[in-house]
Design a protein around this ligand. Structure first.
Ligand code: DX5
Ligand code: ZN
Length: 230
């Protein structure tokens, strides 16, 4: 996985057909997705439950590119190894998930994955400061984690700007997760984000048997983020 700051669109399969993950992953990649974003929820850290490492392992062969696993679980440390074995390229844990974030990030890298740190909307950027040498990605939650289809929280744009300044020329991605669409994408791209997660805005209007809308949605988000409307 090489590093660059080009805009990357990462559809969240939270908005996909849960009975058809393999085909959905293949469809979004064929339609231009850069990464595949996989939301793991435990019904404890967040008020919703999705799936675990076995499902990640099952979908892995259907993803050619980056599998970006977002863990909304607490505790997180006991499960890192399992998600790494399942083939996650990036494993992102939440700063709010426990008292030992630094240890969690060490464990993710030790397991062979890129380490991501997610911040809830109420969590300040200072949470990242002493982890800068331990992270490959910072995920700014622009909704409260737990559900797709929520409204983008605009106060987070300032947070992205502050993080972008803090990162400087370190090879750390800034990922945005929640409420990303062609209207909000340019706001966060301008502020310094490079990975845009989008669930409902990518999957709307399409399906495995009619995947063309996925491509149109991805192109519209990318074009908006790059400052050129399609
Ligand atoms: C929310 C998840 C997101 C979610 C985004 O807890 O982490 O990845 O699927 O969905 P949209 O794009 O619909 O806000
Ligand atoms: Zn997510």
């Amino acid at each position: 996985m090489s590093f660059d700051r080009k805009i990357k669109i990462a559809p969240s399969i939270l908005a996909a057909d849960f009975a058809n993950f393999g085909a959905e992953c293949e469809a979004i990649e064929a339609q231009g997705a850069d990464w595949v974003h996989v939301d793991v929820m435990d019904g404890h850290f967040v008020p919703n439950i999705t799936f675990g490492p076995a499902t990640c392992a099952a979908i892995r062969p259907h993803i050619k590119g980056v599998m970006d696993v977002h863990l909304m679980i607490a505790p997180v440390d006991p499960y890192i190894e399992a998600f790494a074995k399942a083939g996650a390229d990036v494993i992102t844990a939440h700063a709010e998930a426990g008292p030992h974030t630094h240890r969690t990030l060490q464990a993710i890298r030790a397991a062979g994955a890129k380490a991501g740190l997610a911040l809830n909307p109420g969590t300040p950027v200072s949470e990242v400061e002493y982890h800068l040498d331990m992270v490959d990605l910072i995920c700014v939650m622009t909704v409260n984690p737990g559900f797709g289809g929520q409204k983008f929280i605009h106060s987070q744009i300032e947070k992205v700007k502050q993080l972008r300044a803090m990162i400087g020329d370190r090879p750390i991605h800034i990922e945005i997760d929640g409420g990303v669409d062609p209207i909000t994408a340019p706001l966060v791209a301008q502020a310094g984000a490079d990975v845009l997660v989008a669930g409902s805005a990518v999957f709307k209007g399409g399906s495995v048997s009619n995947p063309a809308p996925y491509g149109e949605n991805i192109r519209n988000i990318r074009a908006a983020a790059e400052g050129v409307w399609a």
